[in-house]
Design a protein around this ligand. Structure first.
Ligand SMILES: [Mn+2]
Length: 322
């Protein structure tokens, strides 16, 4: 539920300011990009000076999204009136430059349960399946028009964060939102095809190599895979091609927690965690300085892969015993 006074504050802030910076999170997926670009679409049409930043840029599989081209990987050296952060639980998720940005007001629009409430205005709803679902509720309540372009951006984010309406974060509100977005002109078949049936051959080769590292715990409840930098070289892929690889170990019968250990640089690993059923894994990620959602979380760890794996597995086993 978005409070009425929050909407009032947002509308005032939109009325009284001219230069906006929209920020989306590192390792972007369609939810953060869709939420940022939908707001961009409205602000631009309102005659505002708007810039959209993503530290990593837009992965190729998301470049079909309307306005994706305008996203910059460098923050312009300007004074911003308002910084609007979307789908980021903390400012760390924005790429590490947040404090250096010149801005008067920070707006934090997000759906991570672990959100640190870093904004001057915080619009955070952990029950929203996607930032895009929250964004739609916000637009509706604030009287911001949603045309077919915005509807497509928002639906792409919702489709992605709910695994095409399969995950437990999918609520009746999610489906109502999706229904309304389709009614407003979003083409669900077209978006799904572009998101899921548009892979490079290299990405499939990468999947083959990653699956070759698959390990299963003796009770069959934990599955893990590894991704090393040399695999990117061998397949001509980049980090963006690792998106969604964790879904494969997670898809095994009996597995309740899946882990992907991705080498960032020598001795540094990004750990992605996914869980099925009612297993909450955000706390595991939090224990290692990360965060996320109940069934999807992540953290970064340093050390030898062997030690990193042991530490993570120990926490997962402890979690599964509870
Ligand atoms: Mn999200």
């Amino acid at each position: 539920m978005i409070r009425t006074d929050t909407i009032k504050k947002l509308k005032k802030l939109l009325r009284e300011n001219q230069r906006f910076l929209l920020l989306s999170h590192v390792n972007p997926e369609p939810d953060t990009i869709g939420a940022a670009l939908s707001f961009y679409h409205y602000l631009k049409a309102s005659g505002k000076d708007v810039h959209v930043y993503n530290a990593d840029g837009v992965p190729s599989f998301m470049r079909f999204m309307p306005h994706a081209k305008i996203i910059t990987t460098r923050i312009p050296a300007l004074r911003f009136d308002v910084a609007i952060c979307v789908d980021a639980g903390s400012t760390d998720m924005l790429g590490g430059h947040f404090d250096t940005i010149k801005k008067k007001i920070t707006v934090n629009i997000d759906h991570h349960r672990t959100n640190t409430m870093y904004g001057d205005l915080n619009i955070v709803d952990p029950d929203a399946s996607a930032a895009c679902e929250l964004m739609y509720a916000l637009f509706k309540k604030a009287g911001i028009p949603v045309d077919s372009t915005v509807a497509a951006l928002l639906l792409a984010g919702i489709i992605y964060d709910t695994g095409s309406f399969r995950y437990r974060n999918t609520t009746s509100k999610t489906l109502k939102t999706a229904a309304e977005l389709i009614g407003l002109g979003a083409d669900i078949g077209d978006i799904s095809e572009k998101l899921y049936e548009n892979q490079s051959l290299g990405r499939l080769k990468l999947l083959e190599m990653v699956l070759d590292t698959l390990e299963l715990s003796s009770d069959g409840r934990i599955a893990s895979v590894e991704l090393t930098r040399s695999m990117y070289e061998a397949t001509g892929t980049t980090k963006e091609d690792s998106e969604g690889l964790i879904d494969y170990p997670k898809s095994i019968a009996g597995v309740v927690v899946a882990v992907l250990f991705r080498e960032v640089k020598e001795g540094k690993y990004k750990i992605s965690l996914r869980s099925k059923s009612n297993v909450t894994i955000s706390e595991i990620a939090e224990q290692f300085g990360g965060g996320g959602h109940k069934n999807a979380a992540g953290c970064t760890m340093e050390g030898l892969l062997f030690d990193v794996k042991n530490k993570v597995f120990a926490k997962i086993i402890e979690r599964l015993r509870q």
